[in-house]
Design a protein around this ligand. Sequence first.
Ligand code: NDP
Length: 247
Amino acid sequence: MPKLDGKVAVITGASSGIGEATAEALAAEGASVVVAARREDRLADLSNRIEEGGGRVLAASCDVTDEGQAHGLIRKAEEEFGRVDILVNNAGVMLLSSVGKGLSDEWRRMFDVNVLGLLYTTDAAIETMKRQGGGHLVNISSVAGRKVTRDSSGVYAGSKFAVGAISEGLRQELLQDNIRVTIVEPGAVATELADHITDEDARESLGGLLNLEILQAEDIANAIVYAVTQPERVSVNEILIRPTQQP
Ligand code: NDP
C-alpha cells in the first residue's frame, strides 16, 4: 500500500523545480496534494499529470508573501480534502548579489518569500494540525542556510539561516502537539532558481558550480518522501544533501 494513503500534503512553489517534483513524488506515495504557486498554467499542467497518474490534486493559486492568500491556501486544502498532514514550505527565490549595489528590492523579495511566506503558511497550518492532533512541517532551506560560501550570497544565506532558526524554534514549540519539523538543505539542484539573478557578477561566480554534475529536483523530492514516511515516533530533523562533487 502506498505509504501516504489518506494523507494530505500542501506544497508551496510547486510550479517548477523541487516543489513540482515533490508534489509528484508525494502523490505517487498516495497523498492528496495541494499544489500552490503564482503561475497557474504550470500548476494546471502538473495537476493534469498527477490526475492522469491516478492521483488526487488541487491547484491553488497563491502568492505566499500575501498573508491572507497564505491562510486561504491552508483553508482551501482543508475544505477540499478535510485535513492538512504535511506542509512543504518550498517557495523561494535566490537573487544573489553583493551588498552595495542598491538592490534592496531583491533583499526584500528574498525575506518576503523565503522567511515571511514560510511563516504565514506555517502559522495557518499549525492551527489545523493542532486541531487534528499532529502534522509535519518540511522547510526547504539550503547549504547556504548553514554556511556562507561566496561573497554574493550573504543576503540569501541570511534568509536561509533564518529558516534554520525558525525551524528549530518550531520543532521545540510543537513537539508536544505531535507536529514534526524537518529542514532540508540542498546543494546545487538543476532548477529555474538561478535564472532570476540580475547581478551579472553573482551569476558568473555561480557558473563553476553549475558546471558540475548537480542534483536533480527528484533527488530532493526523494529525501522529503523519506522524512515524511517514517513512523510517527521518528522525527527527521535535518537533511543536508549536496551533489557529490560540490565543495
Ligand atoms: P524554482 O525557481 O524552480 O522554484 C521556485 C518556486 O517558488 C516556484 O514554483 C515559484 O513559483 C515559487 N515562488 C516564488 N515566489 C513565490 C511567491 N511569492 N509565492 C508563491 N510561490 C512563489 O527553484 P527551486 O525549485 O530550486 O527552489 C525551491 C526551493 O529550494 C527554494 O526555497 C530554494 O531556495 C531552495 N533551494 C534550491 C536550490 C537549488 O540549487 N535549486 C539549492 C538550495 C535550496 P511561481 O513563480 O509560479 O510563484
